[in-house]
Design a protein around this ligand. Structure first.
Ligand code: C2E
Ligand code: MG
Ligand code: MG
Length: 639
């Protein structure tokens, strides 16, 4: 998702080739929809005419067929639009084209674009019109179903027959004069051609260069890779492509604004130009991404380590105005021996290597390895399995009892998702929850866990049910409605349900979190802050969002036994929450000593292996409800 937004969505802000980027899933639901660098506020199907027909055409086209490209009416005017199914290199016969996601790019034909076309192609007087205009030449623009969308028109270069008839008489006289001027015209013509050539090369320059830094842009990079590959092929050299992403650039932009951000980008461009060998081709791909292409002769022992040079150059501080700014860079490298790797593939490899580098932290250079693709394939494989499991409703739920600190009786359960694959492998939620988040399956998974938990917990007496919710689920505007609908159809009292949220979303997206939390609370659902103490959330956060409960993270409880101050920190944390009237659950309790310490500190609910591991719904019923009723019954009959 991050990759998609960064490479396609955000790029639509200032990329010469498109201003809208949309990805839809197999049900034509937009996964991302960006225009001019920001999310679209109108559904693409409403924004573009005949959008569904275009998607259909894209899925119909085979992997080697041309991509359907058409013109289209949009709410913003006339656009050129292209759509292609996202499909693997090797088509698996079991995959149906209607299951593919589709990537759509669109470029609006603004007056500026018309002016650029007019200049690039030397068509004076070009205009975009609704209908053909008599006396002007035309090129009709049609949409995906063949309807006329608009028409380019321009004046004919040759004098029309009508005007010819008008000037025929004068022309004869002028003919004689004309001969005298022939030489002069020849000279003037040469000047005109030169001017035209200059303007042509100006517009070509613009289309290949980044306006801010004057470096090559993405289109320029692609051309330069092609050139370098051809040279490498002749010289038995290798093309080395380095993708650079600045570490910490976003916070510079956030703290000091875009002007400072722009100045920093220009400074980075200068720094790279000064630090790298003269034959390095440097480009800016947009935002804070740069690329460097070098040709390396493998026979030369002192083949330069450009990745290292980039790192060294960018870790030195930058002075922007009165500010001293420290950034750094992550670098992904891909190598094309003899220039034999196709440009698109080389870019893909550098991109994957860059993502690895970013994953590893700041200031790292990573070179692409074939095993990265194996990892990617394994991930894709696991994702496909998860998708199937979810479609078949095959995610299981375990329940871990929550124990009342005073009475020792069960007071609730926490639902925990469980996945056993068809091969019988147990995959932990620490693996499949992030996978579901990355692949857009988390909404489905979350809802399935919620529904199954409600179904099981409905048969238990009035104990609470806690369900974990991923921050990404809060992004879904229908989330609150889905939860209340599920409660209603299960006939479950909303007051018994609590939703556990981790703090990440509160910090990264506070408005979104607040909207969802307010909606859930309005429905009578309780909200708990999970894993408190594992990150940055403060007591202030607890207050600000009105949490009903806090769960102290296991790490604080483990610290009881290992850290001198552990007890004091834990005690103070719980005391603060209690001072705000927020009850506290302690999770991950494994020993009696821990349980006692937590009871004394003021936790009112306890959870951990000491009391019970997560167990099946049937076990919960059997252990806590059937047997207690039986005991109760026996007591009564004894009495
Ligand atoms: P969590 O919500 O903090 O859940 C508590 C985790 O601690 C569970 O791990 C539980 O099995 C484990 N645990 C409980 N008592 C003890 C103990 O005494 N010692 C130790 N070492 N561990 C204990 P689990 O089931 O592997 O879940 C891990 C995380 O995955 C959960 O942390 C939660 O954040 C996430 N998760 C699980 N199910 C779901 C789900 O349905 N949706 C979402 N969004 N996340 C889920
Ligand atoms: Mg939890
Ligand atoms: Mg937790």
């Amino acid at each position: 998702m991050d990759w998609t937004v960064e490479n396609w969505g955000s790029t639509s802000a200032d990329y010469p080739l498109y201003d809208a980027a949309i990805v839809v899933d197999s049900r034509n639901v937009p996964v991302i929809a960006y225009r001019n660098g920001t999310p679209m506020d109108v559904a693409p199907a409403q924004f573009f005419n005949n959008f569904d027909a275009l998607l259909k055409a894209a899925r119909r086209a085979g992997p080697s067929d041309p991509v359907p490209v058409h013109f289209v009416h949009s709410l913003a005017g006339t656009a050129l639009i292209g759509a292609a199914a996202i499909q693997p290199f090797d088509l698996d016969p079991s995959m149906k084209p209607e299951d593919f996601y589709v990537l759509v790019f669109a470029k609006h034909i603004t007056p500026q674009v018309v002016a650029e076309i007019s200049e690039s192609f030397n068509i004076a007087g070009l205009s975009l019109d609704a209908y053909p205009i008599p006396g002007r030449l035309e090129a009709m623009l049609t949409d995906v179903v063949g309807n006329k969308v608009a028409v380019f028109t321009w004046p004919p270069e040759a004098p029309g027959t009508k005007s010819y008839a008008m000037v025929e008489g004068d022309l004869r006289t002028a003919g004689t004069v004309l001969v005298l001027f022939l030489c002069g015209i020849g000279a003037a013509g040469a000047v005109t051609v030169r001017i035209l050539k200059a303007s042509e090369s100006r517009s070509r320059y613009r289309s290949l260069h980044d306006a801010l830094t004057g470096l090559l842009n993405r289109a320029g990079l692609i051309e330069s890779i092609a050139g370098a590959s051809a040279d490498a092929n002749l010289d038995e050299a290798a093309v080395k492509l380095h993708f650079i992403d600045l570490d910490g650039f976003k916070s510079v932009n956030d703290a000091w604004g875009h002007n400072v951000g722009d100045e920093l980008i220009v400074a980075v461009a200068h720094r790279l130009t000064d630090a790298l060998p003269e034959n390095a081709i440097i480009s800016r791909l947009g935002g804070d991404e740069f690329a460097v292409v070098t040709l390396e002769n493998p026979l030369l022992l002192s083949s330069s380590d450009v990745g290292h040079q980039i790192q060294v150059a960018l870790t030195r501080v930058f002075e922007i105005g009165a500010r001293t700014i420290e950034i750094g860079a992550s670098v992904g490298v891909a190598i094309s021996p003899d220039g034999k790797i196709e440009t698109g593939e080389l870019i893909r490899r550098a991109d994957i290597a860059l993502y690895r580098a970013k994953d590893l932290g700041r200031g790292v250079t990573v070179e692409f390895e074939d095993s990265f693709d194996d990892d990617t394939n394994r991930q894709a494989d696991l994702e496909a399995q998860l998708r199937t499991t979810l479609t078949n409703g095959g995610i299981d739920v375990s329940f871990q009892p929550l124990i009342d600190a005073r009475s020792g009786a069960i007071c609730g359960v926490e639902a925990l998702a469980r996945w056993v694959t068809d091969n019988g492998d147990r995959i932990g939620p620490d693996v499949f929850i992030p996978l579901a988040e990355r692949s857009g399956l988390i909404d489905l998974l979350g809802l399935q866990v919620l529904k199954k938990s409600l179904l099981s917990a409905a048969s238990w007496p009035d104990i609470g049910l806690a369900v974990n919710v991923s921050p990404l689920q809060l992004k879904n505007p229908r989330f609150v409605k889905q939860v209340t609908d599920a409660l209603q159809s299960a006939g479950f009292d909303p007051g018994r349900l609590s939703i556990e949220l981790t703090e990440g979303v509160l910090i990264s997206n506070p408005d979104q979190a607040r909207r969802a939390i307010d909606g859930l609370k309005a429905a009578g659902i309780k909200i708990a802050l999970d894993d408190f103490g594992s990150g940055y959330a403060s007591i202030g956060t607890l207050r600000q969002f009105g949490f009903d409960r806090m769960k102290v993270d296991r790490s604080l409880i483990v610290a009881l036994d290992h850290d001198q101050n552990g007890g004091a920190v834990l005690h103070a944390t719980i005391a603060l929450a209690n001072a705000l009237n927020i009850p506290v659950t302690a999770e991950g309790i494994e020993t009696e000593a821990q349980a006692t310490a937590l009871r004394l500190s003021g936790c009112d609910a306890l959870q951990g292996y000491l009391f019970s591991r997560p167990i099946s719904a049937e076990q919960v019923t059997e252990l806590y409800f059937v047997s207690s009723r039986r005991d109760h019954g026996e007591e009564q009959s004894a009495a």
